[in-house]
Design a protein around this ligand. Sequence first.
Ligand code: NAG
Ligand code: NAG
Ligand code: NAG
Ligand code: NAG
Ligand code: NAG
Ligand code: CA
Length: 565
Amino acid sequence: MFISWVPLSLFFGCIISQTWGVQMSWENWNAELHNQGNEFGKSSSQPHIIFILVDDQGFRDVGYHGSDIKTPTLDRLAAEGVKLENYYVQPLCSPSRSQLMTGRYQIHTGLQHSVIRAAQPNCLPLENVTLPQKLKNAGYSTHMVGKWHLGFYKRGCLPTQRGFDTFFGSLLGSGDYYSHYKCQGPMCGYDLYEGEEAAWEQDRGLYSTEMFTQKAVSILANHNPRKQPLFLYLAYQAVHSPLQVPARYLERYKGIPNPYRRKYAAMVSCLDEAIHNLTLALKHYGYYDNTVIVYSSDNGGQPLAGGSNWPLRGSKATYWEGGIRTVGFVHSPLLMNKGTKCRSLIHITDWFPTLVTLGEGTLDEDLNLDGYDVWETISEGRPSPRHDILHNIDPIYIKAKNGSWKAGYGLWNTAIQAALRVGHWKLLTGVPGYSDWVPPQTFLNQRLTTRLHNERVPWDRGKSIWLFNITADPYERVDLSQRYPHIVKKMLMRLAQYNKTAVPVCYPTKDLRSNPQYNGGVWGPWHKDVREQQEEDEMYNNLFTNHLGKKRWEKKTKNTKLRRG
Ligand SMILES: *[C@@H]1O[C@H](CO)[C@@H](O)[C@H](O)[C@H]1NC(C)=O
Ligand SMILES: *[C@@H]1O[C@H](CO)[C@@H](O)[C@H](O)[C@H]1NC(C)=O
Ligand SMILES: *[C@@H]1O[C@H](CO)[C@@H](O)[C@H](O)[C@H]1NC(C)=O
Ligand SMILES: *[C@@H]1O[C@H](CO)[C@@H](O)[C@H](O)[C@H]1NC(C)=O
Ligand SMILES: *[C@@H]1O[C@H](CO)[C@@H](O)[C@H](O)[C@H]1NC(C)=O
Ligand SMILES: [Ca+2]
């Protein structure tokens, strides 16, 4: 079980002495662990699962992809685990998170369009079964730390109502890293939660990467790894904008002239240190030998905020590879093929069936998952069960001016933003989004939009279909849609088939009652469902009829309704 002990101890030992000075030496922990034994490990094969989701880390933003950013911990964990080098997520926060939680494409949850906005009465549909629910049913203790971004307009949408035993983090994310305030347009509010309440008491103005790591470590410390398997979903706010970082991490990046890139690099380094601390805690508290760590970004990098996807095309929020192909790896002593690269197609929906199966949970047939169990592909290098990915169909995003049914051979309306991968082939329709190749360092100043160094192809306004052989041309430089019309037609037919299985888009208009100023200055549930409202009315009704007479209460109710309305 202690196969990777020696190299790890050398590696971490060096880091500890140089940088962080953690008290207990690695060798001591090692010895201590041997003495502890592992009752649960013997009686059950359910591994502990640590899922680390990072926000907006680009393809180029990890050391082992040739980055200017130093990530010794991630490099080492990935090198000793399995690097996922054909790994896809969705181009934005809520979409990726919804697919991770349900194992289903957005067309099957109604979240096809954009992200869930703070003021929208919308959330991951309550009908959709979640990954933590499944693991909880399989006997896991389930915890979430970090950014949710799957809606909160009513209590039933909160993480603790969706399968997590505990939650510490933010409902929106991307707020201030220290104050944990988040503004959306003119509306501002506090966004740090413990369970279902604002976490005022726990807030010491700590930088969120450190704060979330401390919380994760305390969860590990307070759970007995030998009694019950643990699922920890650690969704860092880093390295999304705003670009904020403790000064000490900037030291090593003095040489980066672009101030955005410099800060961003420092944020990634802090994150790398956080993962180092987390790994030490996994070992210290006796989890490590029976743990699977999954590391993933939620979408591509944003070059305007320091991120880089080079040499991939495009950025976050686009269906070019730079938006959806990203950093991912699995690290675990339980892997068979340690130290390898997995080049099979893996998608974020695959974690649901993969992790539920690993956790010995059940996958009912009526789940109709879009994900595949890819554990043997990752761990043993077996062929992937996945041959295609529906990147998305967004029927609300129809900005392609020349897009039409005609351009889609009568099979598909190419005004619609859609993207599909089948084997080597990738088809895009509609407007896929910002399409330049942005070399690192280009954006010296956020307001300076000359983008002189960017490589771009002159935008053909008439275009609404692209076809690429991604295996041969991962940077999407040669559009083959004219050359292989029969492939285009086949793929359009496939899109139309997928479209038949789509549920209607849920993208409600914003509700002004969401304003934190009506909710104690906190972003939080503002909507009551009929039953909750009745219960509340009844309670007040009794109160008022008992003490003040019914008439007065009726008047009061009206006012309340007005205020809410
Ligand atoms: C998810 O919820 C939506 C909305 O209720 C429903 O239409 C869809 O069938 C559900 N999908 C799954 C996979 O549960
Ligand atoms: C890592 O742990 C060290 C030692 O406890 C601490 O000083 C540092 O702030 C931690 N870093 C992060 C990013 O959590
Ligand atoms: C997709 O499905 C919807 C609803 O079934 C339908 O109205 C629409 O025309 C379809 N779009 C395409 C491009 O086939
Ligand atoms: C796009 O539409 C414009 C005007 O509607 C037309 O002039 C142009 O030829 C079209 N381009 C293509 C490639 O169809
Ligand atoms: C796509 O690229 C792969 C890898 O280079 C190649 O094997 C395959 O033949 C290509 N397909 C076509 C139609 O060119
Ligand atoms: Ca994101």
